[in-house]
Design a protein around this ligand. Structure first.
Ligand code: DX5
Ligand code: ZN
Length: 215
């Protein structure tokens, strides 16, 4: 069964406690927390005060997706703010291996995210060091975008690389995940599904989370 990580980017920030408790009381596994700096991506989401407010009520791990330049500067601060898994973008890290070691040294699981245009082959020399690969299935920056279909092929290639190298990395898919594409994503090799709009725009988010989970 897939790990389901609702993306709080699509939550109602005026009712953040209510929405966090909805996720607590659902079959979801993690909270997906999107941090955007307006430089790496053309949007700004939220920072530490909001993240701490989420952490205060969350009873499940925080899976924090950094869409920021120079993430090394903030690794220990994200740990303090409650991150359990910290994911940096390959495109934002000149010394990715160092960034991954830094995240682990701060007591978190380490992930690497790749943009839609980035080849999975660039992960060959880091795959045994990471706990998670986040394959972006939209261009990062906004919720509610259309799923990019080339993602399926990337998952298959990545799954083979993970098997061949004996890596324990989980494959996470982020962007445009819905009840129609979830099963094919899982069949292709996805371990974690992030869902923002599909969960929070649903009339019955708890049921939608269960439906994603049983795909
Ligand atoms: C996009 C973010 C995603 C986003 C997903 O830049 O990384 O996590 O919240 O939202 P949906 O599921 O609506 O595409
Ligand atoms: Zn994300």
């Amino acid at each position: 069964m897939a790990i389901i990580a609702p993306s709080v980017l699509s939550a109602d920030f005026a009712n953040i406690q209510r929405d966090v408790e909805m996720v607590n009381n659902s079959n979801a596994d993690w909270f997906h927390v999107d941090i955007m700096d307006g430089v790496f991506v053309p949007n700004i989401s939220f920072g530490f005060p909001v993240m701490k407010a989420i952490k205060k009520h969350a009873k499940k791990p925080l899976d924090v997706h950094l869409m920021i330049v120079d993430p090394d500067r903030y690794v220990s601060t994200f740990k303090e703010a409650g991150a359990d898994i910290l994911t940096v973008h390959l495109e934002a890290c000149t010394h990715l291996h160092r960034s991954i070691q830094n995240i682990k040294a701060n007591g978190m699981k380490a992930g690497v995210a790749i943009n839609p245009h980035t080849s999975v082959s660039l992960l060959e020399n880091i795959i045994t060091d990471v706990d998670l690969v986040c394959v972006m299935s939209v261009n990062p920056g906004f919720g509610g975008q259309k799923f990019i279909r080339q993602t399926y092929e990337k998952i298959k290639v990545l799954k083979e690389m993970i098997a061949k190298t004996d890596s324990s990395a989980l494959i996470e898919i982020d962007g445009g995940v819905d009840l129609n594409n979830a099963s094919l994503l899982i069949q292709s090799g996805a371990d974690v599904l992030v869902a923002g709009n599909t969960v929070f725009a649903s009339t019955d988010p708890v049921q939608t989370i269960s439906d994603l989970k049983s795909r």
